[in-house]
Write a protein that binds this ligand. Sequence first.
Ligand SMILES: NC(=O)c1ccc[n+]([C@@H]2O[C@H](COP(=O)([O-])OP(=O)(O)OC[C@H]3O[C@@H](n4cnc5c(N)ncnc54)[C@H](OP(=O)(O)O)[C@@H]3O)[C@@H](O)[C@H]2O)c1
Ligand code: SF4
Ligand code: SF4
Length: 365
Amino acid sequence: MKKLGFGLMRLPQCADGSIDLEQVKHMVDDFMAAGFTYFDTAYVYGDGASEKAAKTCLVDRYPRESYQIATKLNGWMGCHDEESAKKEFEVSLERLGCGYIDYYLLHAVKEDNLHFYNDWHLWDFIKEKKAQGLIKHIGFSYHDQPELLDQLLNEHPEVDFVQLQLNYADWENPAVSSRRNYEVCVKHHKKVIVMEPIKGGTLATPAPSVADVLKKAEPDMSVASWAIRYVASLENVIVVLSGMSNQEQMDDNISYMRDFVPLTAQEQEVIHQVQDIMASLDQIPCTACHYCTPGCPVHMPIPEIFEAMNRNILFGNKESAIKRYQRVTKETGPEDCIACGQCEAACPQHIAIIEQLKRTQEAFS
Ligand SMILES: NC(=O)c1ccc[n+]([C@@H]2O[C@H](COP(=O)([O-])OP(=O)(O)OC[C@H]3O[C@@H](n4cnc5c(N)ncnc54)[C@H](OP(=O)(O)O)[C@@H]3O)[C@@H](O)[C@H]2O)c1
Ligand code: SF4
Ligand code: SF4
């Protein structure tokens, strides 16, 4: 299997906010024509719209054996008890219409939500579905510390793979622990699928001091390509998911992943240089995954507010950052936060959201 996977979480949209299915069909066709076959969606993405788009743009148009599809059971968003959690599997199969799932995951497991997966017997549930032939490979996506990951892999030797957030910027970041989590998987001989290799897009437009180093090293390669190639170079990584949201990103990623060549020692040295530069910047590590927003009682646009703040930190252009901030906080802003903490419990990056909202408000007031 080629190492680039198509993440279906950030698909192109039409003016009315629906998924632009015609554009997705073109992207799927180019992806398949270049020999890539792995697609990643989830029960909760777009409230089902992502799985439905996978059916329309892929499943209904290609022979079943020509691609692999991954989807996920979410035990803490979109369900309320064991029965409704297990029902997600059936609904996903129906929405996708693909007969069986190639890679099935327990979604975004971390300490705060682990009890749902344990108490509702969801580990056994996916094992049974695999035994019934309805799933080919079982795994989980993971957003926590290596000690817990080690414990989970000891308790669940049956899992075939783990999906991890790996990127060069968070390689040594103690909140994400990319390197240490990867090493735990290697120790347990588990294959790794990478999510958020470009840190949700932020490594495509890093601080100018970082972009300059990368552009100088490889003037013809995109800045984003370094992030994808860095994690694809890891031996246990079988797929790197990129949430490509337009044709241009698809063309770029296909261009260097079609005949993938791991980073050379010299290129690894360039990455070390930019890791050092990034460690000196005080960015909010938000990947704009939006896991925090659906449950916010005041509908706070958290990732958009943090994006404005990061633009200010990275580019030092306060005027344009303030304009952006004012635009996104027209309806609701940090002053409306009731500090309920829902968002912090949901955030895979463990961001102190309440405090960072206050900090942003102060910076822009
Ligand atoms: N299981 C989980 O817990 C979990 C969590 C997160 C993600 N995922 C999965 O992993 C997939 C990947 O995650 P992600 O979407 O956050 O990944 P990502 O690759 O880190 O970020 C995707 C964003 O990177 C930018 N990008 C991609 N290729 C580019 C290129 N060649 N040039 C410039 N920009 C480029 C785009 O940002 P802009 O469009 O903003 O420019 C795109 O939306 C998701 O689609 C999803 O399927 C799973
Ligand atoms: S702490 Fe504030 S931002 Fe977070 S969910 Fe509660 S009200 Fe929303
Ligand atoms: S604050 Fe956390 S949960 Fe919310 S979008 Fe950013 S990374 Fe995702």
